[in-house]
Design a binder for this molecule. Structure first.
Ligand code: PMP
Length: 448
């Protein structure tokens, strides 16, 4: 099998194709060649022409080529790249103490009190890990102990991480990545092609069919795990409330509802947590990416009751999880989100940007849907036929056209036909205006 054949089965929106023959500038070409000689072969780069980065501040990335790129994609630096509050907090803590959760220490307790205060009262315990995948893994174990059942229900194009268990819940990794045992997928929600009042009933019917399948197999239902904004399923945000019937259904089946908030959490959707938009209270919640603004920290939040069986029967010690340095970073992130009002900011600037994208989209036939919440937005392209056949080629051309014009976004969804716009939260109205102006230029060139 050639490299190209091996890669063909690997679904990655906006991936660099080394066989494309694209001509890179000499510095990037030399770096790429050295990188390929030392890094593992599973890595992928973004863009037709990869971006080489030297440094970043706020919503701006500085390229090795000396250009400034507007970051409308990265959600890990949620409060902005190289934020001074994180740098100061981490530096001070590193110089003072960095141990683990087996000693009594003040910062982890203070942070946990503040974090849990952002959740519904029922969610009153937090366990720390380093990555979203580890927290997903812990959620899987927790739910299986709690329910005595084995099965999980996930979305058809879900991504939940890198460990054996989390990759087993990540069909978006493509056909070469086997799903875990007792994992059943439900069809991706496709809000662009489903009337609003049919979204919730359709989802519920899929979940009920999956529950029946797991019950019949004898595995039973340990849980449903859904990203609260279904990022890898194309960013499915509305109508709000469509997740609510799923919670009741999984409870009736004796399982837990597990909200993956790695993408929408910490204010991105204009609410602290993505699940709030659906008026639900999950049993378990996974936090990650933006939590430490790039310093690895993740968490499993849930009710004491939902964690009781695992907690009383199994010891959990994650060497680096919740260490004082990562807690210092996470504390600085909470401070800045609160001080700068970034949740409301995401709602208002995101609302403006959504309106602007809708207006722009209305002028192009190939834009079939514009959706999203807060600063998590998608623009989907499709053909002018009955199925509105997804147009991934156009999405790729637009993503690369934007990159050439100095604005970084990506694509998402089962067909990778939706632009994914997801900037650091301090993104301003002026940044949004620049994005809209540039997108108009690129669409005029690339779309009909
Ligand atoms: N869940 C979701 C929804 C994610 O997007 C990701 C990361 N892309 C993960 C889980 C896994 O997080 P990590 O890469 O930190 O393990």
């Amino acid at each position: 099998m050639t490299d190209t054949q091996a890669n063909a089965g690997i679904h990655m929106a906006n991936g660099f194709d080394p066989s494309s023959g694209v001509e890179l500038d000499p510095a990037s070409a030399a770096l790429l060649e050295r990188r390929d000689r030392v890094l593992g072969p599973s890595y992928r780069l973004f863009y037709r022409e990869p971006v080489a980065i030297e440094s970043a501040q706020g919503v701006w990335l500085r390229g090795l080529d000396g250009r400034e790129y507007l970051d409308a994609y990265n959600n890990v630096p949620a409060i902005g790249h190289s934020h001074p509050a994180v740098t100061a907090a981490v530096s001070a803590q590193l110089a003072k103490l960095n141990t683990h959760t087996r000693y009594l220490a003040e910062p982890i307790v203070s942070y946990s009190e503040r974090l849990l205060a952002k959740f519904p009262d029922a969610l009153d315990r937090v366990t720390y890990a380093c990555t979203g995948s580890e927290a997903i893994d812990l959620a899987i174990r927790t739910a299986r102990y709690q329910t005595g059942k084995q099965g999980f229900i996930i979305s058809e194009h879900a991504y939940h991480g890198t460990t054996v268990a989390a990759a087993g819940l990540s069909p978006s990794l493509g056909p070469n990545n086997p799903l875990g045992e007792h994992v059943v997928t439900i069809p991706s929600i496709d809000t662009a092609r489903t009337p609003a009042d049919e979204v919730a009933p359709k989802l519920l019917a899929s979940v009920e069919a999956a529950i029946a399948q797991l019950n019949e197999s004898g595995a039973g239902v340990a849980g449903v795990i859904l990203d609260s904004i279904l990022s890898s399923d194309g960013v499915q945000s509305d109508p709000t409330g469509f997740l609510a019937p799923v919670v009741d259904a999984v409870h009736r089946a004796g399982g837990l509802y597990i909200a993956d908030e790695v993408q929408p959490g910490f204010g991105r959707t204009g609410t602290w947590w993505g699940f709030e938009r659906h008026g639900i209270v999950p049993d378990l919640v996974i936090l990650g990416k933006p939590m430490g603004n790039g310093v690895p920290i993740s968490a499993l939040v849930g009710s004491a009751a939902a964690q009781e069986a695992f907690g009383s029967q199994v010891r959990y010690f994650n060497t680096f999880g919740g260490n004082p340095v990562s807690i210092a970073a996470a504390t600085a992130v909470l401070d800045v989100i609160e001080r700068d009002g970034l949740v409301d900011h995401a709602a208002s600037v995101g609302g403006e940007l959504l309106a602007g994208l809708r207006e722009l989209g209305s002028r192009f036939d190939s834009v079939i849907d514009v959706r999203g919440a807060g600063l998590f937005l998608a623009v989907e392209f499709g053909a002018d036929d009955e199925e509105r056949t997804p147009d991934a080629d156009l999405a790729t051309r637009v993503v690369n056209g934007m990159r050439e014009e100095g604005i970084l976004i990506s694509a998402s969804g089962p067909a990778a036909a939706a632009l994914k716009i997801r900037p650091p939260l301090p993104f301003t109205s002026a940044n949004g205006a620049q994005l809209l102006e540039t997108l108009e230029r690129v669409l005029t060139r690339e779309a009909r």
